[in-house]
Write a protein that binds this ligand. Structure first.
Ligand code: SUG
Length: 426
């Protein structure tokens, strides 16, 4: 079986809530304290998985991680303790976060054609910049080692040391003539705000983390590019590069203000991948603020059966008047993107997670992957029935910490692991 792109979406966990935990993520900040709807959120996510499966594409999923995270609370001295103030309340909320749903942050993936040993390499992301995300990687790596257990085809690495922040595939793009061809891997890092003259928001991806991942994966140095994210984009709320740029095969779809040195970046890409097509969206058509509010670039650019490319975007982008006008022009332009496919992931969007955040791309032979992580219509329907039966309908901020809610969240996760045959992860 040839190598194909498989998108692994995170199933939205039963504790999905809005705790305003992510500094620099404007949606997370503005929705903090709102009631959340975990059941609707997970069904929206499964709806996107079905949508993409029905396009004729391979689709997988990852299970939610255990929440509330008792080990995290223990380590902080917060088990069984009523939070004394706002700081403790936020730490407790961190232990309840369902943030592992955004699997673009689970790992960085280098497909077999790019690596020295001819295996697909995955490095779990340490996510250290945000406390609620820093607890994810040990459970993520367990799940990756189960899904990609075949060491003839895959190598799964632990996260790089926590002194260097790594956000995984959200700050990594790959360009290639086609998925199965050797590719150019583009690592996008931010500079510390102290080096860029201030800035209210952290740069989560550190250059040395990206370089470590490239070395661990055995990439050809001539096909690995390290590019600085523009400080302006981070300051405007682009906390990950995938909020302002996305690549698929020979196409890069980017906002003109995504990179610190746009022209130098495009030239380096063209030098390494001469067939590259770079679609630059000018700020005069879509401002950075509009891009970040609408998540236009957090779309999935997918190669559809037949070879044309489609752009899966959130409804928020489709409904945004200036973004819609741009998309109408894009479709009329005869460029590489021929279809725009809006999906409803509003519950995730309200925490700053669009269609692209919800998926980890792996180019591999599906036959080499544990089939329990791969989806067809019957398995999506099975997951939907578990979600409908077990996921809480609503979580209010005051519910976080409640023993009854903890029990129902744990029971919901146990039910989905049972149904999917993944009880080793319990
Ligand atoms: O890390 N939001 C996530 C959104 C991740 C989006 N992923 C990509 N762009 N690939 C984050 O900021 C909000 C949680 C809260 O506030 O409750 C949150 O973690």
């Amino acid at each position: 079986m040839p190598l194909v792109e498989i998108n692994f979406d995170g199933l939205v966990g039963p504790s999905h809530n809005y705790a305003g935990l992510s500094l620099g993520n404007l949606a997370s900040a503005s929705h903090g304290g709102d009631p959340s709807y975990p059941r609707a959120a997970a069904l929206q996510g499964l709806g996107k998985m079905r949508h993409n499966l029905n396009l004729g594409l391979a689709q997988g999923f990852f299970a939610p991680l255990p929440r509330p995270n008792g080990a995290f609370l223990d380590a902080l001295g917060l088990s069984g303790v009523e939070p004394a103030g706002e700081a403790e309340r936020r730490l407790r909320a961190a232990a309840w976060s369902a943030s592992a749903m955004w699997t673009a942050n689970a790992a960085t993936v280098s497909p077999a054609p790019d690596t020295a040993d001819g295996r697909c390499h995955l490095t779990a992301a340490n996510l250290v910049t945000m406390p609620h995300r820093s607890q994810e990687w040990p459970d993520t790596v367990r799940q990756l080692r189960l899904a990609f257990a075949d060491t003839a085809h895959f190598a799964v690495h632990d996260a790089v040391p926590a002194c260097f922040g790594d956000e995984g595939a959200a700050n990594h793009m790959r360009m290639a003539a086609h998925h199965a061809a050797p590719g150019l891997e583009i690592f996008v890092y931010g500079r510390h705000t102290k080096d860029t003259g201030g800035g209210a928001f952290p740069a989560r991806q550190h250059e040395q983390a990206s370089r470590a991942v490239a070395r661990l994966h055995g990439l050809n140095p001539a096909q690995a590019l390290f590019v600085e994210q523009s400080a302006e984009a981070i300051a405007a709320g682009a906390f990950h590069n995938d909020v302002v740029a996305v690549a698929n095969e020979r196409v890069l779809f980017t906002h003109e203000l995504a990179f610190a040195d746009p022209e130098g970046t495009y030239a380096a890409i063209r030098a390494a991948q001469p067939e590259a097509e770079i679609v630059v969206v000018p700020a005069s058509a879509v401002s950075l603020a509009d891009a970040i509010a609408s998540y236009l670039f957090n779309g999935q650019v997918l190669t559809l059966p037949g070879g044309a490319m489609g752009l899966v975007i959130p409804l928020e982008a489709w409904e945004h008047p200036r973004v819609r006008a741009y998309l109408d022009g894009l479709l009329a332009s005869n460029g590489p993107i021929r279809k725009v496919l809006p999906v409803d992931v509003r519950q995730s969007m309200a925490n700053g997670g669009g269609p692209a955040c919800l998926r980890l791309r792996v180019v591999a032979d599906p036959a080499a992957i544990d089939p329990r992580f791969l989806l067809d219509e019957a398995r999506i329907a099975l997951l939907e029935s578990v979600v409908a039966a077990h996921w809480p309908e609503q979580i209010d901020p005051t519910d976080i910490g409640s023993a009854a809610l903890a029990r129902s969240v744990q029971a919901a996760r146990a039910a989905v692991l049972e149904a999917a045959g993944l009880t080793e992860l319990a």
